[in-house]
Structures are given as structure tokens and as C-alpha cells.
Design a protein around this ligand. Structure first.
Ligand SMILES: Nc1nc2c(ncn2[C@@H]2O[C@H](COP(=O)(O)OP(=O)(O)O)[C@@H](O)[C@H]2O)c(=O)[nH]1
Ligand SMILES: [Mg+2]
Length: 262
């Protein structure tokens, strides 16, 4: 790896890129296409995996592909745990021209899944993609929720889900194996999706959403300042006794409140 770059250090990103390239080589021989069986209408795809593995992004990419094939697609925001997760999927629906179904953050994921399959039937949808939450701090809770989602889907369509895709981050290494084991036991995985094979995956801050780059404290201070309402921002230039109070909790994400971790 050091060839041609004497004295240059090897970063974790470099290593990940190489690992991802190797994983891609190995998988190329065994990769199977995901075929949509049109006898099932809607063809229900449940997408599972740990937080940050790339479930929502994968759903967006699949939606774009199915839409390009001329299919009617619906996305269901089954990751009801975080408002940001719902918004993220909604953006993908808008981008790809897919229908979108969601409930408010914190709502019952199984209830949403039920509504989604029913609505997809009613609206003549070809492919229904259901997003899920991927918290792993409490496996029994996650397992319970996933199994409830599966049970409820079957109430509307006994043959569904027609595919259960486990999304794996190709750069996590050995850990992927234990993820396969856990999710296989929980949900009967029918297919694997490897993400981040491009090897450019950014390092995530464990407490932060959307896999953001780790930024300096100065960056966040500047950003917080920018996000303040104008009136409060201007207050900086007023004499101290005339300044309005600070807007508290303004930049706090809901993730902090729920103790969201990968
Ligand atoms: N480089 C790269 N990044 C990806 C890929 N898929 C997802 N990501 C990034 O990984 C992060 C988490 O993805 P997301 O879809 O929100 O994961 P989820 O928590 O499983 O829904 C985001 O920053 C995505 O942009 C991929 O194939 N390549
Ligand atoms: Mg997601």
C-alpha cells in the first residue's frame, strides 16, 4: 500500500478502501440479483441491519432502480425511533418518485408496517420497501420489535415479506458475521446487501446522526451561532443588560435525548 508514497502514513480510510475492494472481489463470484416476483403485488421487502450500516440509503438506491424499471414503489418509514430517520426516507421518496408512508416519531413500527402493506395493496404498488430501526444496545427489544413487524405484515399478506435484506457495512470486518447470526435468528434473512464497497465511508461519531464527519469544537460553535435566530444573534452587539436570554436546547438533537448509539 505504501508503494510510491514513501514516508506517507497509512490511514484507516486507506485500509478500509483495500478491505472493501477485497470484499467486492470475493463477493463478485457469488452475488445474486434480487428479482421481483410479480406474482406478489406488492412485493414486500423488509430492510434490516444495525444503525449506520446503510439501510435507508440502500432503500433509496433500490427505489431509484425499481422506478427506472417502471415499477410503482412505496417506501415505509419503519424506523419510527428517530424523526431524522423518517425525514431522510421521505427525501428519498421525493427524489425517486416513490409513494411514502410514515407515522410520527416514536410510533409503533409494527402498526406502521401493517398500514404500509394495506396501503400498498390499495394503491396498486409493485414494490414496498420497509425501513426498520437498528438499535443494538438492547437486542431483546430489537428482536421483539422485528418479530412483531414480521407477524403483523403476515396478517395482511401471509406470503410477505417476500425478501428480507440484511444490510452490512463492508468495512466492519469480522463483526459482519455476528450481525448475520443475530439477524438470521430474528428475521430469517433472504439476502445480503454490502454497502460502502466504494471504500470512502466516513468515520462516524457514535453519538451523532447521519454518519457525519467528526468536526472540531470550533466548527460546532460556529454552526450553533449560525443556527440561532437573527434576533438572538444580533444581541451579541447589544450592551449586556439589554441582551435577551439564550435559546436553550436549540441545537439539541432528539438523538441525545434517546441516547442513540450505533
Ligand atoms: N461511502 C458510502 N457511504 C454509504 C453507503 N451507504 C450508506 N452510506 C453512508 O452511511 C451512513 C449511514 O447510512 P444510512 O442509510 O443512514 O444507514 P442506516 O442507519 O442503516 O439507515 C450515511 O452517511 C450514508 O451516506 C455506501 O454504499 N457508500
Ligand atoms: Mg436509517
Amino acid at each position: 500500500m505504501r508503494d510510491g508514497r514513501y514516508d506517507a502514513g497509512i490511514s484507516p480510510q486507506d485500509v478500509k478502501a483495500v478491505v472493501a475492494a477485497e470484499v467486492e472481489k470475493v463477493l463478485a463470484g457469488v452475488a445474486q440479483p434480487l428479482t421481483i416476483e410479480t406474482v406478489h403485488k406488492p412485493f414486500v421487502i423488509l430492510v434490516i441491519g444495525v444503525n449506520g450500516s446503510g439501510k435507508t440509503t440502500t432503500i433509496g438506491k433500490l427505489a431509484a432502480k425499481f422506478r427506472a424499471e417502471g415499477r410503482r414503489v412505496m417506501l415505509a418509514a419503519g424506523d419510527t425511533f428517530r424523526a431524522a430517520a423518517i425525514d431522510q426516507l421521505k427525501i428519498w421518496a421525493g427524489r425517486t418518485g416513490a409513494d411514502f408512508i410514515a407515522r410520527e416519531a416514536g410510533a409503533d413500527a409494527a402498526g406502521l408496517a401493517f398500514d404500509a402493506v394495506a396501503a400498498a395493496k390499495e394503491h396498486n404498488i409493485d414494490v414496498l420497501l420497509i425501513d426498520t430501526a437498528g438499535r443494538l444496545q438492547n437486542r431483546t427489544e430489537l428482536m421483539g420489535e422485528l418479530q412483531k413487524v414480521l407477524r403483523v405484515i403476515k396478517k395482511v399478506d401471509a406470503t410477505a415479506p417476500h425478501a428480507v435484506l440484511l444490510v452490512l457495512d463492508a468495512t466492519v470486518g469480522q463483526n459482519a458475521l455476528s450481525q448475520v447470526e443475530v439477524f438470521q435468528k430474528m428475521a430469517g434473512v433472504t439476502g445480503l446487501v454490502m454497502t460502502k464497497l466504494d471504500g470512502t465511508a466516513r468515520r462516524r461519531h457514535p453519538g451523532r446522526d447521519r454518519g457525519e464527519v467528526r468536526r472540531s469544537g470550533a466548527f460546532h460553535r460556529r454552526r450553533r451561532k449560525r443556527r440561532r435566530p437573527v434576533a438572538v444573534f444580533r444581541a451579541r452587539f447589544r450592551p449586556r443588560h439589554r441582551r435577551p436570554g439564550r435559546v436553550k436546547g436549540f441545537h439539541r438533537s432528539t438523538d441525545d435525548k434517546y441516547g442513540y448509539t450505533r
